[in-house]
Design a protein around this ligand. Structure first.
Ligand SMILES: Cc1ncc(COP(=O)(O)O)c(C=O)c1O
Length: 390
């Protein structure tokens, strides 16, 4: 173990970890950030080092609103934006402001496992709602609404983590109607909304923020760089004001004003848009490579080819325990995430999540080949490498 770790993920050099949900180092745009930082720092404008405006710098929110209006296909108002340090931070703030320990919230089954960790930190009672290839199933939601209403419903509507599935427009409208009728919040995690490789997805829940029951969360982590720790919340002004007028913002000022000043330049120069274009063309190629390798090496796995986001979601025969298989993966120098990690009801044991963005074609191909060997092995091993990631 490295005594002075410098990044969150340390993968032993021989291991191909197809489970990681990070962008590759090679696609983190150092030049873009350097140019914009140099520009921001050569203005002789000391205000970028001052406490920031509680809601987020006005010029930055205006630039972000223009960018989102273009990407989302409808007009986004800067007054409906609140700057966060990423979606994880947005989720934590929502839990702090809208819930107390013991409250019930609803999540999709399966859901993003690290969001489940944040909800656990707040002592929330998590109840799962069924999903299918068209996203969350409204009939299952209605069933769960029979008792007292949950505080909020957390969902990842577009290119979901882990399934890659997208919620249909019709279901989005149905879910908003149910939220208004039963008076609960919809917390839509739209982290992959702008990463579509083939189909254009339906408009994000940000399109519904005239309703006080909807909060849409966005982030620069997957479209630019996660180390920037910057994201946004889009919601009705009454909700935004609640966050902006909090003691936390009063004391500390707005979140991450210095990074916001740098990113304003990246957005206004068109650098963010061209970066997304570059990511999309590389990731689209990698999807094709992973699909081809899976067909060749793992015909037992059933899946839909994703149209966006980061992940393939593989279903294996019912009797397969993918968590048990992972315990042997170290001996084959390969890794992945087992479906059970994403279940809040102890299910999905025969599922596996693979990420297609982190490795280039040759490593993807080799990783899937190693998975094949692991899958075929009937032996039991003492793992030489046990992933440090959950
Ligand atoms: C669905 C989902 N939400 C949130 C995050 C984390 O976002 P952020 O870096 O903005 O906190 C991720 C990262 O993998 C994710 O997949």
């Amino acid at each position: 173990m490295n005594p002075l770790p410098i990044v969150q993920t340390q993968i032993p050099p021989d291991v191909i970890d197809l489970g990681l949900g990070n962008p590759p180092l090679s696609l983190l745009p150092l030049d873009l950030i350097r140019d914009s930082a140099q520009q921001a720092l050569s203005q002789n404008d000391n205000s970028i080092l001052q406490y920031g405006v509680e809601q987020g710098n006005g010029y930055f929110r205006a630039a972000l609103a223009n960018f989102l209006s273009d990407g989302y296909g409808f007009s986004v108002n800067p007054e409906n934006l609140f700057i966060t340090t990423g979606i994880s931070n947005g989720l934590d703030l929502i839990c702090s402001f809208f819930t107390k320990a013991g409250d019930t919230i609803l999540v999709e089954e399966p859901s993003y496992f690290l969001a489940l960790r944040i909800f656990a930190d707040h002592g929330l009672n998590v109840v799962s709602v069924a999903t299918d290839e068209n996203g969350l199933v409204p009939a299952s939601l209605e069933e769960k609404l029979a008792g007292s209403p949950p505080k909020f419903l957390y969902l990842i509507p577009t290119f979901q983590n882990p399934t890659g599935y997208t919620l249909t427009q019709e279901r989005r409208e149905q879910i908003v109607r149910l939220a208004e009728k039963h008076n609960f919040l919809i917390v839509a995690d739209e982290v992959y909304q702008l990463l579509n490789y083939s189909e254009q997805p339906p408009k994000p829940f940000g399109a519904f923020v005239e309703s006080e029951n909807v909060i849409s969360l966005g982030s620069f982590s997957k479209i630019l760089a996660p180390g920037l720790r910057l994201g946004w919340m889009q919601a009705h002004a009454n909700i935004i004001n609640r966050f902006a007028n909090s003691g936390l913002m009063d004391s500390g000022g707005g979140l991450n004003p210095f990074t916001s000043a740098i990113l304003r330049g990246v957005i206004e120069s068109g650098g963010l848009k061209s970066n997304i274009g570059k990511l999309k063309s590389q990731y689209a190629n990698q999807i094709a490579v992973m699909d081809e390798a899976l067909r060749r090496h793992l015909p037992e796995a059933k899946y839909e080819v994703p149209h966006g986001g980061y992940f393939f979601w593989l279903q294996f025969p019912d009797q397969m325990d993918i968590g048990a298989l992972r315990k042997q993966a170290g001996a084959f120098n390969v890794d992945f995430r087992q479906g059970a990690l994403f279940s809040s009801s102890g299910g999905l044991k025969n599922y596996m999540r693979l990420c297609f963005v982190y490795y280039e074609a040759d490593k993807i191909e080799e990783g899937i080949r190693r998975l094949r060997e692991l899958y075929l092995s009937k032996r039991s091993f003492t793992a030489a490498y046990t992933s440090t990631m959950p």
